[in-house]
Design a protein around this ligand. Sequence first.
Ligand SMILES: [Zn+2]
Ligand SMILES: [Zn+2]
Length: 354
Amino acid sequence: MPESDAALTSDAMMRAYVMQDMWHGAIEKMPLPQPRRGEVRIRSRYAGICGSDVHAYLGHHIRRRLPLVPGHEASGIVDVLGPGVTEPEPGTAVVVNPEIGCGSCEDCAVGWSNLCRNKVLMGTSSWPGAFAQYFCAPAANLFVLPDDLSLRTAALTEPASVAVHALRKVESWTDQNALIIGAGSIGSTLLVAAKLMGWKHVTVSDVIASKLEEASALGADAVVDVAGASLSEELSRNNVPPPGVVFVAASGTGLIDSCFAVARSRAAIVLLGQFSEAGVIDIDKGRIREQTILGSFTYTRRDFVDALGLLSKNAERFSPLTSRVISLDAADDVIHEMAAGLSRSVKVLIDLGG
Ligand SMILES: [Zn+2]
Ligand SMILES: [Zn+2]
């Protein structure tokens, strides 16, 4: 911990990265947050930078409006219990489910809190996130780390939950060839989870060669680089059979039309990436081949619990995704690099200190 951190902490102040405006964030000093009834204060340990944080930085995210303290892929140590909370006891290592459904709408009532229109998200202006030395969260959203899971790998629980949720949509399709479009953090987490959940053949496509090398190392059965040619050309050049399931962990004009073209008839196309702009799809191409588009949006509590189990049993399979770790002071430079499309990292974690 830099000297300045220690001094600030003892004065009941902390350092936080504040995304202040589009393309601009800075470290600010602010008072330590105080847990309200039902909440716990947590000392941050690792926090992943998510594509949605980058969308916020670009002013594209519908729920993450600036200014805010980002950070919703978080692990940490329980520091102080708020009123009415008796566990987990201070010192316990935890991860945080960063979504709170309203609990009373028709989606929440049947366990689909991910679809709640009134859900509250961590890393927004209404719930400051983990790119800070401390943050607060409801005790009900905390999960104690299994003994065999490190705080560093545990920071992947949230993106792994996104993967588990998407894979559940097509859980009886594991003998189909799968194609994952996009080898970023969601695509790569999805790849590892898919192989662990029994998918026989998974191909990954991207436009960045180094990300595809990483996908190969993470267990992809085939990778295709579409930087210089179309997806259909590259799949046939690499002798990849038409996929029965396509997971779209990227966005872009014409992408869905490409999915219709390369996937087999009756294929499922599962959308995970955020499309920032409305576009035109040649929908009849999908209809005449009876292809189905399935939306996949974050995760439920059950997905989160299952992702934590998957990580703890297979930590070594996920741990290459935690290889790039930066300090809080470097956060703005790295987010800037990602927003400019210059990052070559699959995943970046912020180390919030000991
Ligand atoms: Zn995320
Ligand atoms: Zn609700």
